[in-house]
Write a protein that binds this ligand. Structure first.
Ligand SMILES: NC(=O)c1ccc[n+]([C@@H]2O[C@H](COP(=O)([O-])OP(=O)(O)OC[C@H]3O[C@@H](n4cnc5c(N)ncnc54)[C@H](OP(=O)(O)O)[C@@H]3O)[C@@H](O)[C@H]2O)c1
Length: 265
C-alpha cells in the first residue's frame, strides 16, 4: 500500500528514522524532530532523484512547535501520519523534575492528539476523493499494558496512545483510513540512554532492531489495529492482561526497583 506523503515525528533518530528509511521511494517525506543536523543528513540520504523530502525542526513539547508542524503538514497534505516522537524519564515520580514529567505528556500525549485531530479530517477527505487509503500510526509500547513504577508517567502516556489508536480505529472503521497502534518492546535506539536508564540493566540487552520494528509496523497497517512487536512481547502482553492487576504491579515494581538500584550503584 503506497502512500504519497508520510509525516513522521521523531524522524531524527531510532524508530522514526527507521520508518523514513523503510518507506518506499515513491512515498514523499515530511520529517520532523528537534535535531536539525540529523534531519538534514537524513533528507540528503533519502531525497535523491524526484523524491520529495522536507524537514522541519520543531519542539513537540510546545504549542508553538506543534502549531508550526501542523501548518507545514496542512501545506504538504500527508496521507500517512506516523506519531512516533516520544521520550521517557526513569526515576521516582517524586524526585524526577516536574518539568520532565510534564514534557513526557506534552510530547507523548498532547502532540499525537493535536496532530491527529488537526490532520485526520483532511486526510480522510482526500482519501475519500481519491479512492485511496490514508494511514495513521501511533507508536505506543509494550509499556502500555501494565503500570511501570519508576516509569509511571511514561507507561501512562503509552497506555493513552494505545487506547486512542484503538478508539480511533473503531470510529474510523467506515472511512478509508487505516489506524495502527504499534507496540514495540525494548528496541535498540537512543531511548534508554536519554531516559536515564543506562546502567539499570533493564531489558536493553535483548533489544529489537528499529528497522525491523518499522518494517513490521508498515506491514501491519491496514491488516490489524494493534501490533505488539515480537513473539515474546506478544505473549507477555497477553499474560499481563489476564493476571490480577495488583500482582502485575508488584512484580513490575520489583523489576524496576532493581533497575533503579543498579543504575544508582
Ligand atoms: N526504544 C524502545 O525501546 C521503545 C520501545 C517502545 C516504544 N518506543 C517508542 O518509540 C518512539 C521512538 O523512540 P526511539 O526508541 O526511536 O527513541 P529515540 O532514538 O530517542 O528517538 C526519539 C525521537 O523523538 C523525538 N523527540 C523527543 N522529544 C521531542 C520533542 N520535544 N520534540 C520533538 N521531537 C522529540 C526525538 O527527536 P530529537 O532528538 O531531534 O529531539 C527523536 O527523533 C517513542 O514514542 C518511544 O516511546 C521505544
Amino acid at each position: 500500500m503506497a502512500h504519497s506523503l508520510a509525516l513522521i515525528t521523531g524522524a531524527s533518530s531510532g524508530i522514526g528514522e527507521a520508518f523514513a528509511r523503510a518507506l518506499p521511494a515513491t512515498t514523499g517525506l515530511l520529517l520532523t524532530g528537534r535535531d536539525e543536523a540529523r534531519l538534514t543528513a537524513l533528507r540528503d540520504a533519502l531525497g535523491r532523484g524526484e523524491r520529495r523530502v522536507e524537514t522541519l525542526a520543531a519542539d513537540l513539547g510546545s504549542d508553538a512547535g506543534r502549531a508550526a508542524l501542523i501548518e507545514a503538514a496542512e501545506r504538504a497534505e500527508p496521507d500517512l501520519l506516523i506519531n512516533n516522537a516520544g521520550l521517557g524519564c526513569f526515576g521516582p515520580f517524586l524526585d524526577n523534575p516536574a518539568g520532565a514529567e510534564r514534557t513526557m505528556v506534552e510530547v507523548n500525549v498532547t502532540a499525537p492528539l493535536v496532530l491527529s485531530r488537526a490532520l485526520l479530517p483532511g486526510m480522510a477527505a482526500r482519501a475519500r476523493a481519491s479512492g485511496r487509503r490514508a494511514g495513521l500510526i501511533l507508536v505506543s509500547s509494550t509499556a502500555a499494558f501494565q503500570p511501570l513504577p519508576y516509569l509511571s508517567t511514561y507507561a501512562a502516556t503509552k497506555a493513552f496512545e494505545l487506547s486512542l489508536a484503538e478508539g480511533l480505529a473503531g470510529e474510523l472503521a467506515g472511512e478509508p483510513v487505516d489506524v495502527l497502534a504499534l507496540c514495540p518492546g525494548p528496541t535498540a535506539t537512543r531511548f534508554f540512554e536519554r531516559a536515564g536508564m543506562a546502567g539499570s540493566s533493564l531489558p536493553i540487552e535483548r533489544a529489537e532492531d528499529p528497522a525491523r520494528v518499522a518494517r513490521q509496523g508498515l506491514a501491519a497497517l491496514g491488516r490489524r489495529t494493534t501490533l505488539v512487536v515480537g513473539r515474546q512481547n506478544r505473549a507477555m502482553a497477553a499474560l499481563v492482561q489476564r493476571l490480577p492487576r495488583d500482582l502485575v504491579r508488584r512484580s513490575t515494581r520489583r523489576v524496576m526497583r532493581r533497575g533503579l538500584r543498579r543504575r544508582s550503584a
